[in-house]
Ligand binder design. Structure first.
Ligand code: SF4
Length: 554
């Protein structure tokens, strides 16, 4: 087994990002269903062998059950590449593992010598043997980052002896990356994506890869926003070499979070009618995208689309043939937005990219007049939740001490405890669709229940899969879109994710969440503790003035 390295070796991904200014070329490979010796797997493996060490590919990134389908694990192929000295990124998606499965897989990856991990929540699983699988989503990408952060610091494990001292395990050396989707059409989708990137960076994310997209302005906007909001980590842009079938799939939202506008679809259809079915056109298009990424200061490109080495080389050779300033024209050309799409920054008329000025309409909506308007339409359940929080559940609320005293008294009395639990459910089920998880996140998500209303039970911000405000699963609005709108009505949206990472405690299911909140058994008590931990613990205190939704739980 490979021992974790104490310092990045030259040529490692970490070294390239941190010690050089090289533009990194990474290529995504997708494993398939079946044994490694099946024909499809063998084809991918032989491509991987050709890519390994071949100029100019720096990094091979291997997918993890993409699209929610069962494939062979990325580390099976990755291990051979590692042995050839190839830098590999393992895409690690949480959807198929609970937290123990996540931790055990991380120990395996670390022991095999994999350092680079792209932390993902994952697509909603869609196919499986004899029917749809039961999705796990025990922890999300932010929870995974927190587990990695603790393992990199030497994971502390409790003693098996009662009263014994905890021990620390040997440190891992993971170099975690994160995903970010800047191609969102609504303010209420885009801003929460940025806030979640902030939480990921505070939780140890060291580099970021964008979702697939075809809009240079949005890529530039992300770079600018990250740079001016304390999350200036290296950004790598995804480039998927388009063709007509893929454009159709993306246009009808067939891949969660990936968008192709109608005018880009028309372009793809037009070139599909040419002799080479648009191959040359979209290779040049991809080369222009790479040039734009380099021009606006991204640290690399993540090429995807099941590409043979010859096409990868053609794209990169074309890009190398462009003049140093050609990317400016390409940036103006490749801006495929949806009608009425929101941009955080005003458009710079000279470059067509993001200017230094923040969107005027957005700023106006945050003015006292704008807030008054949206506050009047905030839902009653939200107003009631806030009022109850301020009256009872906040530790500084007037009735907090009384409620805590009451719950302490009934804690050992089964009958009285059951009566209070039934009363709690009688309120929370009709108002919030409560599922009795016992570790309530209502105040974390503007009084929206992730158990009943989010297909992926996302407690640390939105996944990247929403489209035009709608959830990637089923016909309903994303709860984080609603949470953004609700908190914005009170001017608190900017701080909606300024808090420690939420881990739901599965052991509390079926117990009273109010009792667990008042008796410090739920995640909000741990969040209060974490805020007092110094930077050694790595958890930053919530920003002054920001809403602190983890303060109480109800
Ligand atoms: S509700 Fe939002 S965060 Fe949850 S699965 Fe749907 S799109 Fe993702």
């Amino acid at each position: 087994m490979t021992q974790p390295a104490s310092s990045p070796s030259s040529g490692s991904f970490r070294h390239l990002l941190e010690e050089t200014d090289r533009f990194i070329v990474s290529v995504e490979l997708e494993t398939s269903r079946g044994l490694a010796m099946e024909e499809s797997s063998s084809r991918t493996l032989s491509l991987a062998r050709r890519l390994a060490g071949s100029n100019p590919v720096d990094l091979i990134c291997i997918t993890d059950n993409p699209g929610g389908n069962p494939h062979i694990r990325p580390e099976v192929m990755g291990y051979e590449l590692l042995a050839r000295g190839q830098e590999v990124v393992i895409n690690f998606s949480c959807k198929d593992y609970n937290r123990n499965g996540v931790e055990s897989r991380l120990w395996s990856l670390g022991s095999l010598g994999f350092d680079n991990v792209l932390a993902l929540t994952g697509d909603y699983p869609v196919t499986g043997h004899e029917g749809g699988p039961q999705p796990v989503f025990d922890i999300d990408s932010v929870g995974l980052l927190e587990v990695i952060r603790r393992m990199n610091g030497g994971l502390e494990i409790p003693s098996r002896r009662a009263g014994g001292d905890p021990s620390r395990l040997r440190q891992t050396s993971f170099f975690p990356g994160v995903a970010i989707n800047p191609f969102k059409s609504r303010e209420s989708e885009l801003l929460p994506q940025f806030f979640k990137l902030g939480l990921k960076v505070r939780t140890g994310g060291e580099w970021a890869v964008t979702q697939i997209g075809y809009d240079s302005r949005k890529l530039h906007e992300l770079k600018k926003y990250a740079g001016s909001n304390g999350m200036d980590i290296p950004l790598i842009g995804s480039v998927f070499i388009l063709n007509a079938p893929a454009a159709r799939l993306f246009n009808r939202s067939g891949i969660p979070g990936v968008t192709v506008s109608d005018d880009l679809l028309q372009l793809a259809e037009k070139h599909a009618r040419s002799e080479d079915r648009g191959r040359a056109y979209f290779e040049e298009f991809a080369a222009k995208q790479v040039a734009v990424l380099r021009g606006i200061g991204y640290r690399g490109v993540y090429l995807s689309g099941r590409l043979p080495l010859s096409r990868i080389r053609r794209v990169l050779d074309l890009e190398a043939s462009f003049g140093p300033d050609d990317w400016r024209d390409f940036a103006k050309e490749i801006q495929y937005q949806l009608p009425g799409e929101f941009n955080y920054y005003e458009r710079d008329p000279d470059t067509g990219l993001a200017s230094d000025r923040i969107n005027r309409g957005y700023l106006e909506s945050k003015s006292p007049r704008g807030l008054k308007r949206s506050r009047s339409s905030a839902p009653l359940a939200y107003k009631a939740g806030r009022a109850a929080h301020n009256l009872v559940f906040d530790p500084v609320a007037p009735a907090y001490r009384l409620a805590r005293w009451l719950y302490r008294r009934v804690d050992k009395r089964r009958r009285a405890g059951t009566i209070l639990h039934v009363a709690e459910q009688a309120i929370k089920i009709p108002m919030f669709g409560c599922q009795d998880c016992g570790d309530c996140s209502l105040p974390d998500i503007a009084y929206l229940c992730p158990e009943s209303q989010c297909a992926k039970n996302q407690r640390n911000g939105p996944c990247g899969g929403s489209h035009a405000g709608q959830c990637e699963v089923g016909d309903k609005r994303c709860i984080w879109v609603k949470a953004y709108e609700r908190t914005k009505a009170y001017g608190e949206e900017d701080g909606m994710l300024d808090r420690p990472v939420v881990f739901k405690n599965g052991a509390l299911r079926g117990t009273s969440a109010w009792s667990n909140a008042f008796l410090d058994r739920d995640h909000s008590a741990r969040a209060r503790e974490a805020r007092t931990v110094t930077s050694e613990g790595g958890v930053e205190p919530a920003k002054a003035g920001a809403v602190q939704p983890g303060d109480t739980s109800n």
